[in-house]
Write a protein that binds this ligand. Structure first.
Ligand code: CTP
Ligand code: CA
Length: 226
């Protein structure tokens, strides 16, 4: 299990990871959120640290302790996460976006708690900015790893995301329904693709999957940066 530490596989490299959900406020007491425990991102941060990297974790609200030796910055909204990530990209060799960033946020946040007067309440939502795309578009971009939360046709969706987002590698897992891994679970199975290839990481604990994925990321990073 310690092939990661033994080789110091990522020593000297700076790895930036986003994790967890974001919370988009509706009023002072309510928000729109999503199902993400943050476990995959935290496990990847610990694995990257173990592999010798200098690791920074930008985390949405989760019930997890900061991994030992990892600089952890807590944020709430998609906009805060975008800002916290972008402020650190110039010091980053590898970006891993595991966060389940909200795609939409309330167009206006009510100053006071919304009372239940009417039978219907309509919320207008605006698109958030895409963090992964912003990083992939940088002139001196790091090696960019995206996650894809998909249902059905996982492999095709993952390939489409790799291209659309300008990522260097995309890891996808099936979420919801009868899928074995994913959100709020302790195990995960991933389909991983990059421009020149792909592979499957079969069902294992998120810790084990994180180790395998970090090894794969290191391999692809060095293949493109030597
Ligand atoms: N992502 C991001 N910023 C956003 C939305 C998504 O950085 N505002 C990142 C996620 O962290 C993940 C990747 O994009 O690494 C894919 O997220 P996903 O939700 O699967 O894809 P989207 O591009 O948001 O498309 P859709 O939800 O419509 O499938
Ligand atoms: Ca999305």
């Amino acid at each position: 299990a310690d092939a990661l530490a033994a080789g110091g596989l990522l020593s000297g490299l700076r790895v930036l990871i986003s994790a967890g959900p974001t919370r988009e406020p509706i009023d002072p007491v309510r928000f729109i959120g999503n199902r993400s425990s943050g476990k995959m991102g935290y496990a990847l941060a610990a694995a990257a640290r173990r592999a010798g990297a200098d690791v920074t974790l930008i985390s949405g609200p989760v019930a997890l302790d900061a991994p030992a030796g990892v600089e952890t910055v807590r944020v709430e909204t998609a906009a805060e996460m975008h800002e916290a990530v972008m402020a650190r990209t110039d010091r980053t060799d590898i970006y891993i976006g595991t966060a389940a960033v909200a795609d939409y946020t309330p167009a206006r946040v009510a100053d006071a708690k919304i009372k239940k007067h009417a039978d219907r309440l309509e919320l207008t939502l605006s698109r958030t900015r895409d963090i992964l795309r912003s990083i992939a578009a940088l002139p001196d971009k790091p090696f960019v790893v995206g996650f894809a939360a998909e249902t059905g046709e996982v492999e095709a969706h993952a390939r489409a995301k790799l291209e659309a987002k300008g990522a260097d590698l995309v890891a996808a897992n099936e979420v919801g329904g009868a899928a074995p891994g994913g959100f709020e679970r302790d195990e995960n199975a991933l389909f991983v693709c990059w421009r020149g290839g792909e592979c499957h990481l079969p069902l294992a604990s998120k810790t084990e999957i994180a180790h395998r994925l970090i090894r794969l990321i290191a391999e692809r990073y060095y293949a493109e940066n030597t």
